[in-house]
Design a protein around this ligand. Structure first.
Ligand code: PMP
Length: 408
C-alpha cells in the first residue's frame, strides 16, 4: 500500500512515521520487528537485537516460547472464548495456581494492568462504604504509575500525562514514596482514608525501590487503622524481581495485589488478587469484564506460570539480575552515571542528565531498552535471559551509556 511505501521510506531515513489511519498516540521508532526468539528480536531487514525491554516486562518467557505458543494454539483450537456466566475450567486452574504462588485467596480477572487497578480502587471504595465512610480516599505515592484509564491516571503521580484530562478523579491523597510519617499525618487529618496503594518498586517512576522495613511499617499502619494494603505488582510481579511477587521480599501480607504484563507472556490478561480484609467485598454482579479470564488468556497464563515454576525463572531473575546490576555498577562507575539500582531483572541506571536519544543509540548498537523518568535507563529482559546473553547485552550497552553520560 501507499502507506507501507511511505513508512519504509521514512524508516530508511530514520524518521518517525505516523500511519494516516492510526491515532498518533505513540511516537514510533523507525524499526519494525517481524519475529523474535528467546531474548532476540529481528527486524524487517533481518537485523537482530537483544531485547532488554521485553515489551516492557511483558514477554516473561522471551519470544516464541514453544510451551506458550503451544498452549495458545491448543486452546485456540478448542475454545477461545466463552462467557463468564459459565464455569471455565482453565480459569479455575489459573486462579488456584495464582492463589498458591502469591498466598492470596481469590482472584478477579481483567485484561490489563489499568483494569486490574480499577478493580482495586473499586474494592477500596466498597471497603470504605462498609465502614460507613461516605467519600473514601486512597493514599497513593508521588511518581506512581497505575495506568491511563481515568481513575488510574489520577491514582498515578505523573502530571504530564494527566494534563488536559481534568477534572481529576476524586479520592486520592498523595504522599512522597515510602514516607511513613506523611501517611501518618494524612491519616490524622483525614478520617476518610481507607487504603494505601503503591508499587513495591516503581517502574515508570524510574525504578524506585521501597525498603522491606518501610513496607513492614506501612503494613503495620494499615493493620492498625483498618486500611487495605493494595500493591500494584503489574510491573514487579510474575518473577520479575527474583521472587514470584516483589512484596515477598518484604514478607508482608497485602489485602489486594494487581497483576498484568508478564502474566500472559504477551497475551493480554490482568488480575486483581484479594485476601484478608478484601476477600469478600465483591459479590455477584459487583464487577465484571467480557474478556477477563477468557480461556485463551488463561491458557497462556497457566503456561507462563508452569514454565516459571518448572524452570525456576524466579531464581534465574534473582541470579542473573544481581549479576547484571553488579557488573553494570563496576563497568559504569564514573562521571555521568548517578546510580545503578534494581531488584532481580528490574534494573535502573540513573544518569545525571536526561538522555532523550539513548534509546535510538542503543538500537543502533543492537539493544532494545527504554528510558523512563527522563534519565533512568530501564532494563527488563525476559526472565529466561542467561549470563552469556546478559554479557552480550552489556558489552553493547555499556559504551552507549558511557557515551551518553559523556555528551550530556
Ligand atoms: N501499573 C504499573 C505499575 C505499570 O507499570 C503499568 C504499565 N506500565 C500499569 C499499571 C498499566 O498497565 P496497562 O498498560 O496494562 O494498563
Amino acid at each position: 500500500s501507499e502507506a507501507q511505501v511511505a513508512r519504509r521510506a521514512a524508516t530508511d531515513r530514520g524518521e518517525t512515521y505516523f500511519h494516516p489511519n492510526l491515532i498518533p498516540t505513540h511516537k514510533r521508532l523507525p524499526i519494525a520487528f517481524t519475529h523474535g526468539q528467546g531474548v532476540w528480536l529481528y527486524d524487517e531487514k533481518g537485523r537482530k537485537y537483544i531485547d532488554l525491554l521485553a515489551g516492557i516486562a511483558v514477554d516473561s518467557l522471551g519470544h516464541a516460547h514453544p510451551r506458550l505458543a503451544g498452549a495458545i494454539a491448543d486452546q485456540a483450537h478448542k475454545l477461545i472464548h466463552v462467557s463468564n456466566n459459565f464455569h471455565i475450567a482453565i480459569q479455575e486452574r489459573l486462579a488456584e495456581q495464582l492463589a498458591r504462588l502469591s498466598r492470596m485467596d481469590k482472584v478477579f480477572f481483567a485484561n490489563s494492568g489499568a483494569e486490574a487497578n480499577e478493580a482495586a480502587i473499586k474494592l477500596a471504595r466498597l471497603h470504605g462504604h462498609r465502614k460507613g465512610i461516605d467519600r473514601p480516599r486512597i493514599v497513593v505515592m508521588e511518581k506512581a504509575f497505575h495506568g491511563r484509564t481515568l481513575a488510574t491516571l489520577w491514582a498515578g503521580g505523573n502530571t504530564k500525562i494527566q494534563a488536559g484530562f481534568g477534572p481529576p478523579v476524586d479520592g486520592f491523597v498523595r504522599v512522597p514514596l515510602g514516607d511513613v510519617a506523611a501517611i501518618e499525618r494524612a491519616l490524622a487529618e483525614d478520617p476518610g482514608i481507607v487504603a494505601v496503594l503503591l508499587e513495591v518498586v516503581q517502574g515508570e517512576g524510574g525504578v524506585n525501590l521501597l525498603a522491606p522495613r518501610v513496607m513492614k511499617e506501612i503494613e503495620a499502619l494499615c493493620a492498625a487503622n483498618g486500611l487495605l494494603l493494595m500493591l500494584d505488582e503489574v510491573q514487579t510481579g510474575i518473577g520479575r524481581t527474583g521472587r514470584f511477587l516483589a512484596f515477598q521480599h518484604a514478607d508482608v501480607a497485602p489485602d489486594v495485589v494487581t497483576l498484568a504484563k508478564g502474566l500472559g507472556g504477551g497475551v493480554p490478561i490482568g488480575a486483581c488478587l484479594v485476601a484478608a480484609k478484601a476477600v469478600d467485598l465483591f459479590g455477584v454482579g459487583a464487577h465484571g469484564s467480557t474478556f477477563g479470564g477468557n480461556p485463551l488468556a488463561c491458557a497462556a497464563a497457566t503456561a507462563v506460570l508452569d514454565v516459571i515454576e518448572e524452570d525456576d525463572l524466579c531464581g534465574n531473575a534473582r541470579v542473573v539480575g544481581q549479576y547484571m546490576a553488579e557488573r553494570l555498577r563496576e563497568r559504569l562507575a564514573g562521571p555521568g552515571v548517578a546510580e545503578v539500582r534494581g531488584l532481580g531483572l528490574l534494573i535502573g541506571i540513573e544518569l545525571e542528565q536526561p538522555c532523550p536519544d539513548l534509546m535510538r543509540h542503543a538500537l543502533d548498537a543492537g539493544v532494545v531498552l527504554s528510558v523512563t523518568a527522563d534519565k533512568v535507563v530501564r532494563l527488563v529482559p525476559p526472565l529466561t535471559i542467561t549470563r552469556d546473553e546478559a554479557d552480550y547485552a552489556m558489552d553493547r550497552l555499556v559504551p552507549v551509556i558511557k557515551s551518553a553520560a559523556r555528551t550530556s
